[in-house]
Design a protein around this ligand. Structure first.
Ligand code: C2E
Ligand code: MG
Ligand code: MG
Ligand code: MG
Length: 279
């Protein structure tokens, strides 16, 4: 009898003790349904030429709104999508949707974030090819953002896929550069066309660490120039950062100073060639 009672208590503890666990399960169940329920959306944030101020691209950023759970941050749900493998179908949706949208931008490229899982499971090359073909977006108008950590698991497979992407004419950017497990030999082995300097370096410019942040940004710019790569600085929030980064030689800038990510963002319509605006 005691045993049975003890088991009952244990069960109650298990069930009750799990308010947090219940919330997690609810969150994961809602996320598993989100794609079919049409709860995902993409926001776009422009990437601006540091010298001319012209828009050179935009990054697609995933947003999730659930009627019960409200708006949830990518920092919270992307890791769950990755752990459960849902990032593979969701990531395919992101690629199709971003290419469809960018096909109306008149040649302004779109950047799409990829997770390691998308290189390990599913058919990434096939997905990218169908997103391009379905939308009519030229391959040079698609940039894929990967992180250094991608190379930790199955580097041969990743390298093969990256080569396939390059053969297709799609560009690859190294995101959050300088934070991860920065291995410079990576830059020799994988075909990237640019580096996105992590926001933490830009943030450090504003704080007491100005001198060391500047030195590191300068070093990344020199490396990029030597390798013929673009540099993008993320998280530019102030005019002083814009100036400083431009003077340090960073070519492209992204951040709230220019525009926050938005669902309705579109590049300025192109002036038809040959037509000069009257002054
Ligand atoms: P990320 O790729 O490094 O994207 C830049 C993040 O910085 C975005 O956060 C953007 O909203 C934020 N940001 C832009 N400008 C500023 C600024 O001036 N100040 C500050 N404080 N933040 C700024 P978000 O949208 O929350 O996304 C977070 C991360 O989630 C992304 O970092 C990316 O790693 C991941 N992510 C977003 N969408 C996708 C997706 O479709 N697929 C995958 N696999 N990951 C995604
Ligand atoms: Mg990114
Ligand atoms: Mg980043
Ligand atoms: Mg990031």
């Amino acid at each position: 009898l005691d045993d049975a009672r003890e088991q009952g208590h244990a069960l109650a503890r298990y069930q009750g003790g799990g308010e947090e666990r219940q919330a997690t399960l609810h969150f994961e169940a809602a996320l598993a349904d989100a794609l079919n329920q049409g709860e995902f959306d993409l926001h776009y944030q422009p990437i601006t030429d540091a010298a001319s101020g012209l828009v050179r691209g935009a990054e697609a950023l995933l947003r999730w709104h659930n009627p019960e759970l409200g708006f949830r941050s990518p920092a919270e749900f992307i890791p769950v999508l990755e752990r459960t493998g849902l990032i593979v179908p969701v990531g395919a949706w992101v690629l199709h949707e971003a290419c469809r949208r960018a096909s109306t931008w008149g040649g302004v490229p779109v950047a799409v974030n990829l997770s390691a899982r998308q290189f390990q499971q599913g058919d990434l090359l096939g997905t990218v090819r169908s997103a391009l073909q379905g939308s009519g977006l030229p391959p040079e108008c698609l940039k894929l953002e990967i992180t250094e950590s991608l190379m930790i698991q199955s580097p041969e497979r990743v390298q093969e896929i990256l080569l396939g992407l390059r053969q297709m004419g799609v560009q690859v950017m190294l995101d959050d550069f300088g934070t991860g497990y920065s291995n410079l030999s990576l830059l020799r082995n994988i075909p990237v066309s640019g580096l996105k300097i992590d926001r933490s370096f830009v943030t450090a410019l504003e704080r007491g660490e100005n001198a060391s942040a500047q030195a590191m940004i300068r070093a990344i710019v020199q490396l990029s120039e030597a390798l013929g790569l673009d540099t993008v600085a993320e998280g530019v929030e102030h005019a002083e950062e814009h100036q400083l980064l431009r003077d340090l030689g960073v070519t492209l800038l992204q951040g709230y100073h220019f525009a926050p990510p938005s669902a309705t963002w579109n590049p300025e319509p192109h002036c038809p060639s040959g037509v000069v605006a009257a002054v």
